[in-house]
Design a protein around this ligand. Structure first.
Ligand code: FMN
Length: 215
């Protein structure tokens, strides 16, 4: 059975029967395991890239928890080859936005445009070592842990690859320097965080043919 379809079927089965997987005889333990499974799967399946945020930055206590979840991601040989910098300073966000506007004026014509980070009030910049065979993969796992833990707290997020060329531009040098990245690291991606202002977007279509069993 295709994996994604399998997950959806599991969710449906769990909703109907209250359980789906464990062979545990202890009903209480079975129910607990099942509810945990449903919570995790529902969190994964309902997370969407949010591009419409309230103005208020993410509460720093919640952001600390999100960061902790990030650094608990697996990494090759536990190398933890990442550097994460969280910014919620309006002058930083507005300053980079002003640079981006110069470079991509059409961008600020989008309805409701407030800033270059999909209007997010809080942005995490993720950097990886220049020389690392696993840096991109490790930082991807860190990023996903951060986004999923955020979503479990009602905080939206969106990966932003488009931010990187602007951050690496000559004009944005003072902002890049403010991130105080370790020597030999470069920015990999930014993640927008904030409290969603609108409805959760529909999931863009997924291609189930990409993942299947080989018998
Ligand atoms: C590495 C990476 C870079 C991305 N860059 C951008 C970006 O620059 N702007 C944007 O709006 N979304 C960006 N996204 C979000 C994707 O468009 C989004 O994840 C995809 O369309 C699937 O939608 P979903 O996240 O709602 O499931 C990026 C996602 C990833 C993983």
């Amino acid at each position: 059975m295709k994996i994604a379809k399998f997950m959806v079927t599991m969710l449906g089965a769990a909703a109907m029967t209250g359980c789906c997987c464990n062979e545990c005889d202890d009903k209480e333990c079975e129910a607990q395991a099942c509810s945990k499974e449903q919570t995790v799967i529902e969190n994964i399946m309902t997370r969407r890239s949010v591009r419409d945020y309230k103005e208020e930055p993410v509460c720093r206590e919640q952001m600390e928890k999100i960061l902790e979840c990030g650094i608990y991601a697996p990494s090759a040989m536990n190398s933890q080859g990442w550097a994460v910098r969280v910014v919620d300073a309006p002058d930083f966000i507005d300053g980079v936005t002003a640079i981006a506007k110069e470079k991509m004026p059409q961008m600020c014509e989008q309805p409701g445009f407030r800033n270059f980070f999909r209007n997010a009030p809080t942005v995490a910049f993720i950097a990886v070592p220049d020389e690392s065979y696993s840096g991109e993969f490790d930082s991807g796992l860190l990023a996903q842990n951060m986004m999923l833990s955020a979503w479990s707290m009602g905080i939206g997020s969106c990966c932003l690859g488009s931010v990187i060329p602007v951050m690496n531009s000559e004009e944005a040098k003072p902002y890049l320097e403010r991130l105080k990245l370790p020597e030999g690291y470069h920015l990999q991606v930014a993640i927008a965080f904030g409290y969603p202002a609108g409805e959760n977007p529909e999931a863009p279509a997924r291609d189930y043919s990409k993942a299947y069993y080989i018998e």
